[in-house]
Write a protein that binds this ligand. Structure first.
Ligand code: FES
Ligand code: FES
Length: 159
């Protein structure tokens, strides 16, 4: 066992891990962050996505030890960002979720896309979302929600 330090959603956390433990299991099982979902555990569904230093990563494909000292944002952590709250509102308005299992990963990834490309066109949005699977098939609604939320990322300063 080794102690690592993570900054998760703005809070510094220390946790004991095994060398071969994946970040997904540490976040869900040791830190109790259940908004981080999983369906495949092999890098295919994208549901375990979190932002690592602002960049989307699949937490099932990363050892927790590799995240030592890094900053992680999960869906809960986005509530402090006014633009992200508007993005979430847009998801609700457009019905961009059915079961909602994929929603945290899509929100985090959409936030990343709009933060980096506030004027993202269809191609950029499609490219940004390509590593995520929604088994309910709400892709059209998700893209509509993102397009509507673009104006908020234009309006507010970047974070
Ligand atoms: S659980 Fe990580 S990509 Fe599917
Ligand atoms: S809303 Fe059900 S998996 Fe996407």
């Amino acid at each position: 066992m080794k102690e690592i330090k993570l900054k998760v959603d703005g809070v510094i956390m220390k946790v004991n891990i095994d060398d071969n433990e994946i970040l997904l299991d540490v976040l869900r099982n040791k830190l109790g962050i259940r908004s981080v979902k999983a369906a495949c555990w092999r890098g295919e569904c994208g549901l375990c996505t979190v932002l690592l230093n602002g960049i989307p990563v699949k937490s099932c494909m990363m050892l927790a030890i590799e995240a030592d000292g890094q900053e992680i944002i999960t869906a809960q952590g986005l509530y402090s960002d006014e633009r992200a709250r508007k993005l979430m509102d847009s998801f609700v308005k457009h019905g961009a979720m059915q079961c909602g299992f994929c929603t945290p990963a899509f929100i985090l990834t959409s936030h990343y896309i709009l933060n980096k490309y506030p004027d993202a066109d269809d191609e950029k949005i499609n490219e940004g979302l390509k590593s995520l699977i929604c088994r309910c098939g709400t892709y059209f609604q998700i893209k509509e929600a993102i397009k509507e939320a673009k104006k908020y990322y234009d309006h507010f300063s970047k974070s």
